[in-house]
Write a protein that binds this ligand. Structure first.
Ligand code: GLY
Ligand code: MN
Ligand code: MN
Length: 449
């Protein structure tokens, strides 16, 4: 079943845009699979998540489905999905079935997916190009399928008709489309951000010395599901004390001690869109002097990056600004020696700040889109200029692992502050500030527990 009523105008326009791009390369057939179901153990599956590109073009969230776009004399969009089957539906729930799906999701045709291996080879005959999501697909057997269909088509025509001579990747043009979010996507992302932000507030209100990391993970999950989010956007990071210095620490069974900071990096996925928030707060509700000193540096770094997140700046300007502030802070607190220029030039700051300041956010938590000017890839390409409608995170941090030349008072402190920013015409809007970042406000929430 779909998450929301599909906006047929939006979905049709996306497919049309892709078909237009396919025509510029001579037309042909595009094949976009959704993700397969994955076994967890024996006959038990992981909870199902569609392929993002597929969902972006179809709004269809059932497994075992393929989108076919034909850019020819007459453009067509075709869905292959599971047929109706009352017996199976007793166990697994109601399916759309091709007929209802075609109408509800606006396809020109829809067929039972059991006919895939006869349908596609026939469709390939006489086509110039074969397009697919070659580099991003969540269907690991995509190439095997494509090759099998070409071989079958070859056998059927035996050299009498042309077959596609080129395989072309749809991933980059789709990424370019997904990079700029439309109004309906932004509305969903705002809603996801608001749910996640309140989940973080709830976790702060629950935390206290003696609490396990997994208890806060449970609070987050409860809040996300209670407010309609289908799942987490990624496994929640809940890190007590020095665990915060492990960047991808999963919520485990560590117990929060008075005097620990707690770092939570968690966000829900709502109707296919991610949110991604990090907050760091004291388990006992009061920052210590050294914790507060480092927290203030990270917060200032985030503010500096925020000020560079606008269409007047390129993607990396925020990172550069954050690195400046973080590195100056490290020097001021005696974590590093020398000058700011040296510490940046030699990358000495990476001892305490080893990740980047942000990433695209959208259907995927690390969303698609080149960070360099298109077309993607080559390192020497300039950073991409930000544009209204892009969404990215701003997430500086400081992580102090014990080391002989580091003051002991800072050992084991790990801090990250992460918000989600929508680029606007004049700057950006932080959509995750339903949970505060100011230390006084965090302490006030925790005093009210
Ligand atoms: N939660 C993953 C990240 O912040 O990139
Ligand atoms: Mn992030
Ligand atoms: Mn995060």
């Amino acid at each position: 079943m779909p998450f929301t009523t599909p906006n047929l105008k939006v979905l049709t326009a996306r497919r049309k845009q892709l078909l237009t791009w396919m025509h510029t390369l001579g037309g042909g057939v595009a094949i976009v699979p959704t993700a397969p179901e994955r076994t967890r153990n024996r006959d038990n599956h992981h909870s199902y998540r569609h392929d993002s590109d597929f969902y972006y073009l179809t709004g269809f969230s059932e497994a075992h489905a393929w989108l076919i776009l034909v850019a020819g004399d007459i453009d067509q969009s075709i869905l292959l999905c599971e047929g109706k089957n009352p017996e199976v539906e007793i166990w697994n729930g109601v399916r759309w079935g091709p007929e209802a799906a075609a109408e509800h999701f606006g396809f020109d045709q829809a067929h039972d997916v059991k006919d895939l291996d006869t349908f596609i080879p026939k469709l390939l005959v006489g086509q110039r190009n074969l397009f697919s999501t070659l580099s991003h697909s969540t269907q690991p057997d995509l190439l095997k399928h494509l090759q099998g269909w070409l071989v079958a088509a070859q056998h059927s025509v035996r050299g009498t008709r042309a077959l596609p001579q080129q395989w072309l990747d749809l991933s980059d043009p789709l990424a370019e489309m997904r990079l700029i979010k439309d109004a309906s996507e932004l509305a969903t992302m705002r809603a996801a951000a608001a749910i996640s932000a309140q989940g973080h507030v709830r976790a702060m209100q629950t935390a206290r010395p003696g609490c396990h990391e997994y208890e806060l993970e449970a609070e987050l999950l409860y809040h996300f599901r209670k407010h309609g989010a289908q799942s987490v956007a990624y496994d929640s990071i809940v890190a007590a004390g020095a665990n915060a210095c492990v960047l991808h620490h999963r919520a485990g069974d560590a117990v929060m001690q008075a005097g620990d900071l707690v770092l939570i990096d968690a966000g829900c996925e709502l109707d296919g869109y991610a949110s991604d928030i990090t907050r760091t707060f004291p388990a006992n509700g009061k920052f210590s002097g050294p914790q507060r000193a480092l927290y203030d540096i990270v917060l200032a770094a985030q503010q500096a990056a925020y000020e560079k997140t606008s269409p007047q700046h390129h993607f990396n300007a925020g990172h550069d600004a954050a690195v400046q502030v973080l590195t100056q802070g490290m020097l001021d607190e005696g974590l590093l020696q020398g000058t700011l220029a040296q510490a940046i030039e030699t990358a000495a700051y990476r001892q305490f700040y080893m990740h980047r300041t942000g990433h695209w956010l959208g259907m995927d938590v690390h969303d698609v889109g080149s960070y360099r000017s298109p077309p993607a890839s080559a390192e020497e390409r300039p950073w991409r200029q930000l544009q209204a409608g892009m969404v990215l995170t701003i997430e500086p941090g400081l992580y102090v692992r014990p080391a002989p030349d580091v003051a002991k008072k800072f050992w084991g402190i790990g801090i990250r502050i992460e918000d989600d920013a929508v680029v606007t015409e004049t700057g950006c809007e932080l959509i995750t500030r339903g949970v505060p970042v100011a230390p006084d406000e965090i302490e006030a929430i925790m005093r009210a527990r």
